[in-house]
Design a protein around this ligand. Structure first.
Ligand code: ZN
Length: 433
């Protein structure tokens, strides 16, 4: 498969996954084609050598694993971690309000998006709605409105004369509500929105109990550049890493390895990972422990397996943008389409050690893939990843890597076609070696 075909698959993956719950739904469809079995955390697990399994926690975090042919104590786990969430806007519980004949939806800022990029986009809604079914049981359903539905219109430059000097500043409480429709005087905003939601779900609105609804951009992913060497879409941070890891795992050669392979994709990374399904929760610890229990691995052998394990924490990294040279350490610029990046931070915002850095570099060399190294400017604070959290919880050796990305946390991010291919290749090498 060519790099462009692999990247087209990534764009399709993102365009069907506008919320973390949709990401899981898309992944489950992919896994079904490879005969993966879904495990339920409330049931007893029976695992078989070479078996293919996955566990979903609360619809938006997933751990996928392939049981190795050799005992855990001999191989340890080979893990790749990434996250399913992206920063953006989420619909508040009492969202619908009426202002001067316009129904607007109140939103909460989720994580750290570049808010100005949400203005003048063809926005819509997607997520999960919980309701009481006819038997009185709480059930949930995914909802995705495919058409442009909502808008955050910019202020005309005539009314905001310094916008090009000062940038677009949006007050998070007053200026983010999104326009949905006109209302007549008789129409009540809450009833109108409840009725709209009912039509999307095909259920009665009075039975809707709650929702997780994300605002997303309906514009599909595209290739751009003179030779289509770049691509743009929303949520590249971090669905590009989830997709690369999945494509590496679902390679027939990789699936028959001796090693126990794990892909762990967590929700809530953008808000600090602290939740029952976040990387700072117990999800991964629980699942690895249960794999050990189900394979009759005793406590000491489980700890020995962890000590032999290795994790790649994959997340995107800031590509050099030549219009803003002062934002980067001049000796650690990373360039689009020049290969995956190893992220290094002496203060352990990234989990990389010289040992794990060397392991990843060697994987790249074995796969014939170029690689780059990134360190932040000393006078800018460094973002964090799930790598340092999971490696400190589990004691597993870990490296933080990622592909170069322009405009991280914009609603429209850009990256390089070759890099996506390179990342898949090096991840395949890691899993199969
Ligand atoms: Zn990220």
């Amino acid at each position: 498969m060519t790099a462009h075909q692999q990247t087209q698959q990534l764009l399709d993956f993102i365009d069907t996954s506008p919320s973390p719950s949709h990401v899981i739904n898309t992944i489950e469809t992919l896994l079904a084609a490879f005969s993966f079995i879904k495990l339920d955390e409330t049931e007893q697990w029976t695992l078989q050598a070479s078996g293919r399994y996955y566990v979903v926690r609360d619809d938006s975090s997933i751990i996928i694993f392939v049981q190795g042919q050799k005992p855990l104590v001999d191989t340890g786990f080979k893990l790749i971690g990434a996250h399913t969430d992206s920063p953006g806007l989420r619909i508040k519980p009492n969202a619908a309000t009426s202002t001067d004949g316009l129904l607007r939806l109140g939103v909460e800022v989720y994580g750290g998006p570049i808010l100005a990029t949400f203005a003048d986009r063809d926005l819509s809604l997607a997520g999960r709605v919980s309701y009481k079914n006819e038997q009185g049981t709480i059930t949930s359903q995914l909802v995705k409105c495919d058409k442009p539905l909502l808008r955050l219109p910019n202020l005309a430059i005539h009314l905001n004369r310094t916008v090009n000097e000062d940038g677009l500043k949006l007050h998070k409480q007053q200026e983010l509500p999104l326009i949905l429709t006109h209302l007549t005087e008789e129409q009540l905003p809450a009833a109108y929105f409840a009725n709209w939601l009912q039509q999307q779900l095909n259920i009665e609105a009075k039975r809707v109990l709650s929702w997780d609804l994300a605002v997303y951009d309906t514009q599909k992913g595209v290739f751009w550049g003179a030779d289509n060497e770049f691509y743009a879409d929303s949520q590249l941070d971090n669905l590009a890493s989830c997709h690369a890891a999945l494509m590496a795992l679902l390679d027939e050669r990789v699936l028959t390895t001796d090693n126990t392979l794990v892909c762990a994709f967590f929700d809530h990374e953008e808000i600090g990972s602290s939740s029952n399904k976040g990387a700072d929760g117990c999800f991964l610890t629980d699942v690895l422990g249960r794999i050990a229990l189900a394979t009759q691995t005793n406590a000491e052998d489980f700890l020995r397996a962890l000590a032999k394990s290795f994790m790649i924490s994959a997340d995107m990294v800031h590509a050099y943008q030549p219009s803003f040279p002062l934002a980067y350490d001049p000796d650690h610029k990373v360039l689009v389409n020049q290969g995956p990046v190893i992220k290094v931070n002496a203060n352990q915002r990234y989990s990389t050690s010289s040992g794990s850095e060397a392991v990843f570099a060697q994987c790249c060399e074995q796969a014939g893939v170029p690689y780059q190294k990134y360190a932040n400017r000393n006078d800018l604070s460094c973002g964090s990843t799930i790598g340092s959290i999971t490696s400190s919880r589990l004691g597993i050796q870990c490296v933080d890597v990622g592909n170069p990305l322009w405009a991280m946390h914009s609603i429209r991010e850009s990256a390089g076609v070759e890099d996506h291919h390179f990342m898949i290749e090096v991840m395949k090498m890691f899993f199969s070696s």
